[in-house]
Design a protein around this ligand. Structure first.
Ligand code: NAD
Ligand code: FE2
Length: 405
């Protein structure tokens, strides 16, 4: 990146960092079980709600306990279950119509990041009927209180239950983009590991690696605070200690609970300290080819860390120590290499590939342009890259058959 763009990015990021203490960050109220939802709603005089979920979770019966509890309390609910992974503008608009048609007063996002993000965007459209979803792209566009929103995560995961983000794909141009604003932080989150019990091993692995990517990208960025560093390191340690066991033995609720806590804390960390190029590239791949978000991040993470090079040595050293990979006597460059090797090993142990299928070389300039637009100047990454430099990351992860350079 040239010096003028670089300086512009760093000034923007510094101003945002200085503003952190003045910004209205908040945390959702934590509930332990879906059976607590009715009382939480009735306390707020809410009697009609929309549950946003996906088709698989609805059919699988995952909603039954919550539905029974709502019915017993006399709360009327409607279910929108068409959310797809990498949720689309169409999802948001059709769920919004269902909300309006049924005179709903509040929203529950029940599922992985896709269902929770869809619920958040529906709330944003209700709050700002004149603003289309694509017009909300970027930061601080909503600026109005959403209808009451409860998140019930069933993956561990995106941390969407505590973040100020929602990520939506424009079905017209396959552009997947984040919307970031404080009203998007859910009012309550149900952190019950039972809701993640049915998550199959592959999804447990990839969604867990997404949480690890949140924690690492937040920690190595330049806009950390003492509290986000603490959240990020705690999340990394919990993931290092639990992810392989969660993958191998999904019925271990102690381990599932730790993964849920890790995802939540990583989400809290990156809400303040942002993510980085791993996410910007993963979003472009999710929008264009529907590559699952966690898988894209898991595969990209070691390559992105390699490209950051010496700019992350000191922070990567802290991470490698926190994850129990090296002790404090190991020099920072070696600790960084050990961290990257450990991430590759975790991926390999959990059946996550080293490359991503389907990337077409002719798409790369546009994908890299989307990633650059998302990340620069907002993400305070350790080493800035422009569109051309970001193109290299797509070649890094592209399967051999498509490689041309
Ligand atoms: N808002 C944020 O802060 C934030 C952060 C990171 C990612 N995201 C977004 O979240 C989305 C990804 O979410 P995700 O990784 O949680 O996956 P997801 O919500 O897309 O779900 C993936 C699959 O897992 C299934 N599934 C979910 N929970 C299950 C369970 N308990 N048992 C069995 N199957 C289950 C779903 O039915 C779906 O088929 C992406 O769109 C990503 O961009 C948002
Ligand atoms: Fe993510």
């Amino acid at each position: 990146m040239n010096i003028i763009s670089r300086t512009g990015c760093r000034i923007f990021q510094t101003l945002f960092k200085l503003a952190i203490p003045a910004l209205p960050y908040r945390s959702p109220e934590i509930l332990d079980h879906v059976s607590q939802i009715p009382e939480h709603l009735l306390d707020r005089d809410i009697h009609r709600i929309l549950i946003v979920t996906d088709g698989f979770l609805h059919i699988s019966g995952a909603l039954e306990t919550m539905k029974k509890a709502l019915s017993s309390a006399g709360i009327h609910y409607t279910v929108y279950d068409e959310t797809v992974p990498n949720p689309t503008v169409w999802n948001v608009e059709s769920a919004r119509e269902t909300y309006i048609k049924n005179n709903c007063q509040a929203l529950i996002g029940f599922g992985g990041g896709s269902a929770i993000d869809c619920a958040k965007a529906v709330g944003a459209r209700i709050a700002r009927p004149g603003l289309t979803v694509p017009k909300m792209r970027g930061i601080l566009k909503i600026r109005k209180r959403l209808p009451h929103l409860i998140a019930v995560p069933t993956t561990a995961g995106t941390g969407s239950e505590t973040t100020l983000a929602t990520v939506i794909t424009d079905d017209k141009n396959y552009h997947k983009f984040p919307i970031n604003d404080f009203p998007l932080i859910p009012r309550a989150a149900v952190l019950d590991p039972e809701n993640t019990r049915s998550l199959p091993p592959h999804l447990t692995a990839t969604t867990g690696m997404d949480a690890l990517t949140h924690a690492i990208e937040a920690y190595i960025g330049r806009s950390t605070t003492r509290s986000t560093r603490k959240d990020a390191l705690t999340a990394m340690k919990l993931i290092a200690d639990n992810i392989e066991q969660a993958y191998a033995c999904g019925d271990d609720m102690e381990v599932r609970k730790n993964m849920l806590t890790a995802a939540f804390r990583a989400g809290r960390a990156f809400s303040v300290s942002y993510v980085g190029y791993c996410h910007a590239v993963a979003h472009s791949l999710g929008g264009k080819y529907h590559i699952p978000h966690g898988l894209a991040n898991a595969v990209l993470l070691p390559y992105v860390l390699e490209r950051y090079g010496a700019s992350i040595y000191n922070k990567a050293n802290d991470i490698a120590v926190a994850m129990g990979i090296v002790d404090t006597t190991v020099p920072a460059d070696r600790a960084t290499h050990a961290l990257i090797a450990r991430i590759r090993q975790l991926n390999a142990h959990m059946g996550i590939p080293t490359k991503l299928p389907g990337i077409r070389p002719e798409d790369i300039p546009q994908l890299a342009a989307f990633a650059a637009k998302e990340a620069n100047p907002l993400y305070p990454v350790p080493k800035l890259m422009d569109r051309k430099e970001l193109e290299m990351l797509y070649y890094d992860v592209m399967e051999e058959a498509h490689e041309t350079r």
